[in-house]
Ligand binder design. Structure first.
Ligand code: ADP
Length: 364
């Protein structure tokens, strides 16, 4: 297809050149004829032929020079526009708008112009994300600090009952825990973003890991008298155990956090071909349909009023998604408001690109 286009363009250029030469020599011929008639000049045919030829050459040179000047001017303007765009981007202003004629097809600079325009659009999007991120982080840091300051002031006022004093101290402690969790989560996301090879896979039993995470969270689900069901097939996976710990902790912790007293949480693990499928479902309030595509975004909280009391920063699912994707897997949610939520993680039993023998070594 590309070759066909190239051949077509060459034929077009040759035809244009032939038409141009034809037009110039015809003009030279008619001018010579008209001049001879006007001057009543009856030269030898050879002299007439030579006169027309010389005139043709002169016209050809003049027309070529004029065309060259015109296109050079246009090309110079295009280069200058590109240069200005690059300088503008170097100053940190990514609102680059290159002239439309630069984007014309087959223009020699068109590809560079399109590349610069794309780069500017991507940098602009990244800059917007960066600003949004900073504003989210300052909000997440600002609100616990305001709360800590308020309760510290109240404590200083003195005329408080012992019960009030203890409650305020509990709140201050909870806000501090929230802040340190936020800093830990931010650090983890930064590390994962910076190093796509942060995954250190090794074979281990996924079912055992899920059991351990459930045990680790026992105090929380016991407090809420939750019914925990674990249906775990024996599965050996080659993955980063430490990172996946975080995924299961975040998912099961959310399930415990959002499920009301006496509810049920089910953790299900099965092997499907060369994949492990883990589902964490609960009987909590579920997630509204419009929120479902967004809950994996950084700082996104579906129900802000309820969430404030729950104390999350909206980073848990973003971290889980990042880790799962680094393992070549997927994470999704199925939920109907009022009927609970089910999070499904599908992971390859071996990380992408690993030699099959390395991973099967530990399988039972
Ligand atoms: P956080 O760390 O603050 O809990 P997440 O990223 O884990 O934030 O969760 C993002 C949003 O998804 C939360 O606002 C919460 O409303 C919603 N969510 C997550 N898990 C559940 C669940 N099991 N049931 C209902 N809502 C949930």
């Amino acid at each position: 297809m590309k070759l066909l286009g190239y051949v077509f363009r060459v034929i077009l250029a040759l035809a244009a050149a032939a038409a141009f030469i034809g037009a110039v020599w015809s003009a030279a011929f008619y001018i010579t004829e008209a001049a001879a008639a006007a001057l009543h000049w009856q030269p030898h045919p050879l002299a007439r032929y030579l006169a027309a030829s010389y005139l043709g050459l002169i016209l050809f040179a003049l027309a070529s020079a004029a065309i060259g000047l015109l296109t050079r001017g246009r090309q110079q303007r295009s280069w200058q526009a590109l240069q200005r765009a690059i300088q503008q981007m170097a100053r940190g202003d990514f609102r680059v708008d290159l002239p439309a004629d630069l984007e014309e097809q087959h223009h020699p600079l068109a590809r560079i112009a399109a590349g610069i325009q794309d780069m500017a659009a991507n940098l602009q999007a990244m800059e917007r994300m960066r600003q949004e991120f900073i504003s989210n982080v300052s909000h997440e840091i600002g609100s616990p600090l305001t709360s800590i300051r308020g309760f510290a002031r109240a404590l200083r006022s003195g005329n408080l009952s012992e019960e009030q004093r203890l409650r305020y101290l509990d709140i201050i402690e909870a806000e501090c825990v929230r802040l340190s969790r936020l800093s830990r989560d931010l650090l983890q996301l930064t590390v994962l973003d910076a190093d796509p090879h942060a995954v250190r896979p090794a074979p281990y039993r996924l079912d055992v890991q899920l059991q351990q995470v459930l045990l680790q969270l026992e105090p929380q689900w016991m407090d809420k008298k939750l019914d925990i069901q674990a249906v775990l097939e024996e599965v050996v996976i080659s993955a980063d155990e430490h990172l996946l710990d975080q995924v299961w902790l975040n998912l099961i912790h959310n399930a415990v956090k959002f499920t009301p007293l006496g509810g049920r949480i089910t953790v299900h693990l099965e092997r499907r071909d060369d994949r492990a499928v883990v589902t964490v479902s609960d009987t909590g309030p579920g997630i509204a349909e419009e929120d479902q595509p967004r809950i994996f975004e950084r700082f996104y909280k579906a129900d802000r009023s309820r969430h404030r009391a729950a104390g999350g920063s909206g980073l848990g699912l973003a971290i889980a998604k990042k880790i799962v994707e680094l393992h070549g897997g997927t994470i999704s949610v199925q939920s109907r408001p009022g009927e609970g939520a089910a999070f499904t993680v599908v992971l390859p039993l071996r990380p992408p690109g690993s030699p099959p023998a390395a991973a099967t070594a530990g399988e039972s």
